[in-house]
Design a protein around this ligand. Structure first.
Ligand code: MIC
Ligand code: SF4
Length: 741
């Protein structure tokens, strides 16, 4: 098949192309090859969902009327576990507080033959890497860090729940053919530098939007020298540059990992097909000819990076941190260092962090900051504990949290965080948006490798550079911490443990799923209404968001996670984190009906109740960050008709389109400034809504003046169909009804 594709395109193939083209929905239709332009229908092999997004995804899937999922799918209970008093206590309270949701997810999984990973089993991406990812495969997941599986040579893409529904119902899954960024890694990591530093550097080079619409393909001798889990760290954090996916070609490190995790037959098969699981040799010989963008990084010279605060692309080499922190006035006393997460909790990570602790203890140092560990899975927890790493961590005051997202998603019930004091933390997670870790907007969160986080937690200072600096030990002597040493894979194996998996019962209970009418956590969905065929007119401006507006600003995590299965309740957080352009405040906007200021959800509801739609305006990379489709369902539910921005992040734009909200971008970014606080907005010409055709927006200012501005859109024909039908799901439902009759 691959040789046929090569012949068809008349040129050598990159790895991504080999995988993408061998997953076309309609086999042998290889016509579309315009990267960044053509929409292509794919048939991924697998779907993964985590508990915070699975609820909406499955509520939608249940509306589609299928008996089971069309491809193997799994649900992972990881996001809803609060980190507070350590693993044992926290698990107990999670199982109690989230019982209704876990029961719902487990019964839906049982009914539709979906694998269910119980709370405590671990974080979705780590579980996928340990169990399901395979070289040459293609999967989607309702979490933006799904690309983690690229560490095992898989094209794995983060999507919203409605996309998961496409694949689970056996429909085509559509994606704009990604552009390709080639990154050649030369040399070899040494000393304190690790795989994490590669992606931290790449994030600095490409910024949070530099990977939008692209697959990043890593290759070169440096790539082959990295462990499989190191590769996964890099692919995972590709989400932070907006990349659709990231991938490495199949190599010995992957083979070793597959064998260690009990999948030797997969390694054997991959070994036989090695040529298909890497790019053609012509590609690496002339990369600039075949990739849309090309970067080289010399690993031998790479120094550790610390990224942040408040954005993952603000990359500072560790040797410059003193100067940069001073210049920016960042608080340098580090309160807490946290290691682990879906991104960085491999055996290698744990062993390198542990070696730092061991070195530090041997030169009589203890930790100045608090130290927390979040294992990515029960497997990892088990082996890290068995091999003595946790004992070492505990010697410097380390506390082990549950195998879950916890402090990475605002689920960190941190003592005193409600006082909103300015403070600094450093972690090996991937995200560091405001309020992300503990809900405190004044927590400066920095991202670094687990070994750097550990060294900094020991020193207590953000500006500590273990490569050059010494620390005063308990005997008053100046000492250095030796370079970390890691072990790639557990010498004693992964261990045969209860990993927390629940297989769907084949002949089990397939009865209807009941949702209590008075539940405040779950609510059945009502289909959105179809478009009435009339242009939008006189829509009040709801909010003009200023600056960075991530999905965390649009639909906050933390406290709100508990409403992820209840659209009405979670809509009460819509845009509460976004900054109102007109007063620089969060969650305080003009209600044009009353001329009073109120919260965003209240004003949106007031417009909805009055029978009005409304419009949301934003700036660049709007909706960056998470895949959560609540950020798209909430505006739809609140009757927001259109979101007009300078540019969108990929997943959020698709999510909005799928829910039937009109996504438009300014054709001239300066027009953003023309939108006034009390504008009423018309969107005209929707009857002629066609691909590539611009749309006119009329701004009706309160002084009676009118201004026309032009907006672009990226809809293709089927997507225009979603808008007209009221949502993509309405179309799936219709096509199912056709089959049923
Ligand atoms: C994240 O890292 O932001 C999350 C929490 O995993 C999200 C998913 C969510 O909001 O549920 C993501 O990355 O997609
Ligand atoms: Fe969980 Fe954080 Fe990973 Fe998202 S990035 S899956 S919240 S650990």
């Amino acid at each position: 098949m691959i040789s046929e594709i090569r012949k068809n395109l008349g040129r050598p193939l990159t790895l991504s192309e080999k995988i993408l083209y061998s997953h076309l929905y309609q086999k042998f239709q290889i016509g579309a090859s315009n990267r960044g332009v053509d929409y292509v229908d794919f048939a991924p092999d697998r779907v993964a969902m985590q508990d915070a997004t699975a609820q909406m995804a499955l509520l939608q899937f249940m509306m589609a009327g299928k008996e089971h999922t069309a491809v193997p799918s799994s649900v992972h209970c990881d996001h809803l576990i609060m980190a507070k008093s350590g693993a044992a206590e926290d698990m107990k309270s999670a199982v109690f507080t989230n019982k209704e949701v876990y029961d719902f997810l487990s019964s839906v999984c049982n009914k539709y033959d979906i694998g269910f990973w119980k709370p405590g089993a671990g974080i979705i991406h780590q579980i996928i890497l340990e169990n399901y990812a395979f070289p040459g495969g293609m999967m989607i997941g309702t979490d933006s860090h799904t690309p983690n599986a690229g560490g095992l040579g898989m094209i794995a893409i983060g999507v919203g729940g409605a996309d998961a529904v496409d694949v689970m119902t056996g429909m085509a899954w559509e994606l704009k053919l990604p552009r390709l960024i080639g990154i050649k890694l030369n040399g070899r990591l040494n000393g304190w530098a690790s795989a994490k530093d590669i992606i931290l550097k790449v994030a600095g080079l490409l910024t949070v939007s530099g990977g939008t619409g692209c697959i990043v393909e890593y290759f070169g001798e440096g790539a082959e020298s990295l462990s499989c889990t190191g590769k996964a760290t890099i692919c995972n954090m590709g989400a932070e540059i907006g990349a659709t996916s990231s991938i490495f070609g199949y190599d010995n490190a992957m083979a070793k990992y597959l064998i260690a995790t009990g999948r030797s037959e997969v390694a054997e098969m991959a070994g036989k097909n090695r040529e298909h699981l890497t790019a053609d040799i012509e590609i690496s010989a002339e990369p600039t000819k075949y990739y849309d963008q090309y970067i080289e990084i010399n690993l031998s010279e790479l120094e550790p990076y610390i990224n942040g605060p408040f954005t993952p692309d603000l990359a500072t080499p560790i040797s410059k941190m003193k100067t940069v922190a001073e210049k920016n006035g960042w608080p340098v006393n580090v309160e807490v260092g946290l290691i682990g997460s879906c991104t960085n909790s491999s055996y290698e990570d744990m062993s390198r962090a542990a070696s730092v602790v061991k070195n530090a203890l041997s030169v009589k140092l203890t930790a100045k900051s608090e130290f927390k560990i979040t294992p990515g899975s029960e497997q990892i927890r088990f082996i890290a504990e068995r091999d003595g790493y946790f004992d070492l961590f505990k010697k410097i005051g380390g506390e082990v949290f549950a195998n879950a997202c916890g402090p990475c998603i605002g689920q960190w019930d941190r003592k005193g965080s409600d006082k909103n004091l300015v403070n600094t933390v450093i972690h090996s997670f991937n995200r560091n948006f405001a309020k992300r870790a503990d809900g405190n907007p004044n927590t400066y969160a920095f991202v670094a490798s687990p070994e750097i986080v550990t060294a900094i937690a020991i020193s207590g200072k953000l500006t500590f550079n273990p490569i050059t600096d010494t620390l005063l030990n308990s005997e008053g002597k100046d000492v250095k911490i030796a370079e970390p040493k890691g072990i790639e894979l557990p010498p004693q194996g992964f261990g045969n443990i209860d990993n927390g998996y629940q297989q769907p019962e084949k002949s089990g209970n397939k009865s209807d799923i009941i949702i209590a009418a008075d539940s405040d956590r779950l609510q059945s969905l009502t289909p959105f209404k179809e478009w009435d065929g009339v242009d939008f007119s006189d829509l009040p401006l709801l909010i003009k968001a200023k600056g960075k507006c991530t999905t965390d600003h649009i639909s906050m995590a933390g406290f709100w996670l508990k409403y992820r299965g209840h659209l009405e309740n979670i809509s009460n957080n819509y845009m509460i984190g976004a900054i109102n352009y007109f007063n620089d405040k969060t969650n305080l906007i003009l209600n044009q009906l009353t001329c009073q200021y109120d919260t965003v959800p209240s004003v949106a509801k007031a417009y909805k109740t009055a029978g009005n739609g409304s419009v949301v305006v934003g700036e660049e990379n709007f909706g960056e960050g998470s895949s959560r489709e609540h950020a798209a369902m909430e505006p739809r539910y609140l009757n927001v008709k259109a979101v007009i921005v300078k540019s969108f992040a990929r997943i959020h734009e698709t999510n909005l389109k799928k829910q039937g909200v009109l996504t438009l971008t300014f054709s001239n970014n300066e027009d953003y400034s023309k939108i006034l606080e009390d504008d009423k907005i018309d969107i005209v010409g929707l009857k002629e809504f066609t691909p590539g055709k611009q749309i006119t927006i009329v701004l009706n200012h309160s002084d009676g003046k009118q201004e026309n501005i032009i907006a672009k859109h990226s809809y293709n024909e089927p997507q225009i169909g979603w808008f007209k039908a009221g949502s993509a799901l309405n179309i799936i439902k219709k096509s199912n009804q056709k089959y049923d009759t």
